[in-house]
Design a protein around this ligand. Structure first.
Ligand code: GDP
Ligand code: MG
Length: 351
């Protein structure tokens, strides 16, 4: 598929919004093969002037919180009532294409996915979080270039993947379900701190009252967490994806957060600092990948480890040998030699 791919044509078709080409481009950016990476870089450079314009929203919540159902209901609303083009991506390092939890439940998103202005892509199954996050971030740029003005990035509320998503969105929405007993137990404080808006889901039928209580409790908890009176406190709302109650209010709160960011000039600096983090993530990722895959380094490592076993070398000396071998093999890096004709930095406009 990639061998005879014409990057110019691919970019043109993406700008025209061709779904087939968007899907191909996402497959390309998900690949970790060096020749694919080169093509992906080329593509992203071409698309860069057309990126950065979407409202990027992260959505988190533990499995069962109602994310898929919420995205289906909210996505339909955003398209039919607010006339957005909505793309949904996911970060779930535990997922595999066939058995993944996130977006695996396509049936719950069927109504949304069937709309012309909707695009849904499951989490890449590229293994470690860094790779998954990179692919998702680059996919987001492809979708922005294709004219999607709302990009929802779904993730499971269990830890590090939240941090990765927070590093690529403007506003982070946390879905929480009212449970029995100690409702706040199990919510990690670190994740709460990342939330810009919190919504208690499934506030319908017999659950409605419980949801209101949970919202009140969580509001109080948020006050304690953000004790700094200067700091913005995440609002806690309730909603139901079944009845549709509260969905408008949740989206309004999400939009309001973004407007506050823009008004304070924070959006620009937030995206800039995301870019900076991203820069170093890329450098670290590429270095690690090169260390892991370079035949020169592997050969040196085998030798060093053997000598370590027989105490011919200390760990310190061994590290030096490996690093020297690595330095001598830098040409093997996926990036190849620098190309002075490359002007525009890819990675997306800041605003
Ligand atoms: N009563 C009620 N149930 C819901 C609502 N949203 C989701 N659910 C149910 O909660 C369960 C988990 O929903 P799902 O969207 O798959 O959660 P996810 O794992 O976070 O994606 C499913 O059985 C849904 O039918 C809602 O608004 N009201
Ligand atoms: Mg789901």
């Amino acid at each position: 598929m990639v061998r005879n791919m014409d990057v110019d044509e691919l970019a043109t078709k993406i700008l025209e919004g061709s779904r087939g080409h968007i899907a191909r481009a996402i497959t390309l950016v998900e690949s970790i093969k060096p020749e694919h990476r080169r093509l992906a870089h080329e593509l992203l450079r071409k698309l860069a002037p057309h990126t950065g314009k979407a409202f990027r929203v992260g959505i988190t919540g533990v499995p069962g919180a109602g994310k898929s159902t919420f995205i289906n209901a909210m996505g339909c609303k955003l398209i039919t009532e607010r006339h957005h083009k909505v793309a949904v991506l996911a970060i779930d390092p535990s997922s595999s294409r066939t058995g993944g939890s996130i977006l695996g439940d396509r049936t719950r998103m069927g109504e949304f996915a069937a709309l012309d202005d909707a695009f849904v892509r499951p989490s890449p199954s590229a293994g470690h979080l860094g790779g998954v996050a990179r692919a998702t971030r680059e996919s987001m740029l492809v979708l922005e270039a294709a004219g999607y003005d709302v990009v929802l990035v779904e993730t499971v509320g269990v830890g590090q993947s939240e941090v990765a998503v927070a590093g690529m969105v403007d506003t982070f929405l946390m879905l929480q379900v009212a449970g029995t007993g100690d409702q706040l137990q199990g919510i990690k404080r670190g994740i709460l701190e990342l939330a810009d808006v919190i919504a208690i889901t499934k506030a319908d039928g017999d659950n409605a009252g419980q949801a209101r209580v949970a919202a009140r409790d969580l509001s109080i908890a948020m006050k304690l967490i953000t004790s700094d009176s200067e700091k913005r406190r995440a609002p806690v709302l309730t909603c139901s994806s079944y009845s549709g109650d509260g969905l408008d209010e949740v989206w309004d709160a999400v939009v309001k957060h973004r407007q506050e960011l823009e008004a304070d000039g924070v959006l620009h600096s937030r995206r800039l600092s995301q870019q900076r983090d991203w820069l170093w993530n890329m450098v670290r990722g590429e270095l690690e990948e090169a260390l892991r895959t370079s035949p020169t380094v592997q050969a040196a490592a085998r030798e060093v480890e053997a000598k370590l076993a027989t105490e011919e070398l200390s760990a310190l000396e061994g590290a030096e040998v490996i690093l020297r071998a690595f330095a001598a093999s830098v040409d093997e890096l996926a990036w190849g030699a620098p190309d002075p004709s490359r002007g525009q930095a890819w990675g997306g406009r800041l605003d």
